[in-house]
Ligand binder design. Structure first.
Ligand SMILES: *Cc1c(COP(=O)(O)O)cnc(C)c1O
Length: 398
């Protein structure tokens, strides 16, 4: 006789509105793609699916790079891929640090036996090109690494000047576009980026699990002229190149369902068009800002450097960060991000990424936030925040 008492129940997580630092909500078409029956990873059908993914990724990255592939792993695997393929023990890496992900890059450089030099800015501010120039003068480096969209602070890093300085010193430019790709402009070739990685669960609105990576000619030359093997077998692009390239030589089994999902997510992005998608992110960000402004909630970041897809705002004085986030989650099913490191308890991170960046979410969030703030004893005029956002939308259709 079977005893069912100890069986685990059916999987039935609550439906959430994901307005944090990622993952974002996934489009139903992408969820459907995930349930598509498998083919083998060397099936001719799958090879054409891989080609589709590569060609669409090149359009998103703004690159002609042949080596443009999704690595099997989350965004951090793309970060590790870039560093471990380009650095050899003893090489100097100049890492720009103004938030959590610059810190993570620094950690990786150390683990690889690289010589770490840091150019820093306060959390919430961009890296000043002058700071990079001074650091490069004092420390000739093989590569400069920088985060385009610092998800821990909401800072958008302008890259043109950084790129020019990096080239002047003959270093490679490595850029993290995990949060920016598919949410605002990323131009790998035009901005002279040599190596770049992203992630699927932010503005691509695909589940976490793949990390799109692209390497230009200079980065590939650096990889090919290494004196020793890449320390990671799994992330060695010289081997992975043979699987994604002409040979289709077995390296590891591609996560087929995730590649299906990414293919569908990329199709959705290109159907919308990059320009329309960036404009949608920008307008929803501005509508949110109008609502927050009416509640006298301030942004952490100065206006020119704000990310449209990640809004870092200061927790008002006298309001408990955790109470508000719990209230939003329990009563409205809305997930919000809290602050990290020096910003713990001090900011909220409101993500409007990909499929989560909608007018409906902005209006609902502002109303729910008003209710949460009232519960915290804040005096406010109910409905004023969503009214301010509505007023913005009445002049800016998206
Ligand atoms: C999310 C994120 C990462 C890490 O991605 P994981 O998918 O969590 O591994 C790296 N860099 C930035 C800027 C991110 O926002």
């Amino acid at each position: 006789m079977s005893d069912n008492r100890n069986l685990i129940g059916e999987l039935n997580p609550p439906l959430r509105i994901l307005l944090g630092p990622g993952p974002s909500n996934v489009h139903p078409r992408v969820l459907r793609a995930l349930s598509t029956p498998l083919v083998g990873h060397l099936d001719p059908e799958f090879i054409s699916i891989m080609n589709d993914v590569q060609s669409m990724l090149r359009r998103l990255f703004g690159t002609k790079n042949t080596m443009t592939i999704p690595m099997s792993g989350t965004g951090s695997s793309g970060m590790e891929t870039c560093f471990c393929n380009l650095l050899e023990p003893g090489d100097t890496a100049l890492v720009c640090v103004n938030g959590l992900f610059g810190e993570r890059m620094s950690d990786i450089v150390g683990r690889l036996g690289g010589k770490l030099v840091r150019a820093e800015a306060e959390w919430g501010k961009p890296i000043e090109p002058d700071a990079l120039e001074r650091a490069l003068k004092a420390n000739p480096a093989r590569l400069v690494a920088i985060v385009h969209a610092e998800t821990s602070t909401g800072v958008r890093q302008p890259l043109e000047e950084i790129s020019r300085i990096t080239k002047d010193f003959g270093a490679l430019l490595l850029v993290d576009t995990v949060t920016s790709l598919a949410g605002c402009e990323v131009k790998v070739d035009a901005w002279g980026i040599d190596a770049c990685y992203s992630g699927t669960q932010k503005c691509l609105s695909c589940p976490p699990g793949l990390s799109p990576v692209t390497f230009g000619d200079k980065a590939m030359d650096t990889l090919r002229s290494r004196t020793r093997k890449v320390s990671s077998w799994y992330l060695d692009l010289s081997m992975i190149e043979r699987y994604w390239g002409e040979e289709r030589f077995y390296h590891h089994t591609a996560p087929i369902s995730m590649i299906y999902a990414l293919r569908e997510a990329l199709r959705i992005v290109l159907e919308e068009s990059l320009e329309t998608r960036f404009e949608r992110h920008r307008l929803n960000h501005l509508a949110l800002a109008a609502g927050l402004n009416s509640l006298e909630i301030d942004f952490l970041v100065a206006e020119p450097y704000r990310l449209p897809m990640l809004n870092a705002v200061r927790v008002p004085a006298g309001v408990n960060d955790l109470n508000v986030r719990k209230y939003l989650l329990n009563r409205f099913g809305i997930e919000l991000g809290g602050g990290l490191g020096p910003l713990k308890g001090k900011i909220w991170r409101i993500g409007l990424m990909g499929h989560s960046s909608t007018k409906q979410n902005v209006i609902l969030f502002l109303s729910a936030l008003e209710s949460a703030l009232s519960a915290e004893g804040v005096k406010l005029a109910p409905g004023s925040a969503s009214a301010a956002a509505m007023e913005f939308y009445s002049h800016n259709e998206c």
